[in-house]
Design a binder for this molecule. Structure first.
Ligand SMILES: [Zn+2]
Length: 41
């Protein structure tokens, strides 16, 4: 049920929970927008 891990977004610093299989767990960003901003695309 609660097999979510916690991550800290390197862009906005937000702590968020994401399932280990989710994309957010791969990127470490809380949202696609933060991934874009953080990676400078
Ligand atoms: Zn973020």
């Amino acid at each position: 049920m609660s097999d979510f891990d916690h991550y800290d977004c390197p862009n906005c610093g937000e702590s968020f929970a994401a399932h280990p299989s989710a994309r957010a767990a791969d990127t470490g960003y809380c949202s696609p927008a933060c991934q874009t901003a953080g990676e400078g695309y």
